[in-house]
Design a protein around this ligand. Sequence first.
Ligand code: NAP
Length: 340
Amino acid sequence: MTVRVAVNGYGTIGKRVADAVAKQPDMKLVGVAKTRPNFEAERAVAKGFKLYLAGSGTQEAFDQAGLPVAGRVEDLFREVDVVVDAAPDKIGRENAKLYQAAGVRAIFQGGEKSDVAQVSFSALANYSAGKGKRTIRVVSCNTTGLSRAVSVLTSRWPVEQWEATIVRRAADPAETNRGPINGIMPTFQLPSHHGHDVNTIFPDLHIATTAVVVPTTLMHVHVNHVQFTTPPGDNAELLAAFRSTPRFRVFSPWAGVDGTPQVMEFARDRGIGHQDMMENVLWENGLRVDGKSAYFFQAIHQESIVVPETIDAIRAMFDLAPDAAHSIAITDRTLGIPPP
Ligand code: NAP
């Protein structure tokens, strides 16, 4: 079966998901939708993707920009099995009414509240929960990063309490309308919403998160403190668990990767996706087992981490693979993410 896919919203996440869908052997990208012409719309046309008008978009505006349009989103929805919604936060909930009216399945992103879909999804954690669903929400970048790590640890060692402080990037690189450009802004929601969101995937996990926003655009960094009832034996055992799991990259000290600037330089050199880092990034010397506790840092590339998860969500929805491992293997091979 080849699943026909539309991407509604062609910005940071949508353009990456569209490229990823186009690489899958069991999916076909039918078209992408935007409200207005810009450089991203021009790139979509250059790649041969059919462009459709979303929201308040007008044919006239695209005509003036010289960009061909194949129709409105309603026309697109008639030609597909599923829509990946990658519109800005909260617009997905509005768009949900359109998907329902068109009788088409939908994958939402983490900017929407969890009740927008039948299930919240993270491939390593709950792939099978997505099977056969009509609506799935791929959790946010931070929740995806945390959920992957929770999957690794809780499947091996019982966790008593997980605490994480999320050092959040202020904006994506192209977002010149967000800040701060100088300052560290505490998130005055204690605990922050991220832990609650992890509970949409792991309802029984005791997790509490806090967050600060810092002036960087590259990545988020999570500072994790995990208390176990039965802990890993030592650092090496914990490291081996991460290293043997897909979508984790652990840098050794010799690599000279001291922080997020070098991680993203590595990603630019490697050149997969849009020079992306779709794995959770850990450091060998940024991890320590201490009695019943473990501490570790992980960096999350907000622009791309949810892309492979979105592909797996489509595969789960249409039961295209027997389990998470098979889907992850296809997704990662086609996207160029190295196996463990
Ligand atoms: P974005 O860069 O602002 O892109 C949004 C896209 O949606 C733009 O192409 C925009 O087109 C289009 N759009 C606007 N109104 C629309 C409508 N009514 N119908 C369809 N498309 C519409 O946003 P993003 O960062 O990709 O975020 C998309 C979703 O992914 C959000 O739920 C967000 O929370 C989530 N997410 C984002 C990140 C991240 O770090 N960026 C990480 C994980 C998850 P126009 O330019 O024409 O307005």
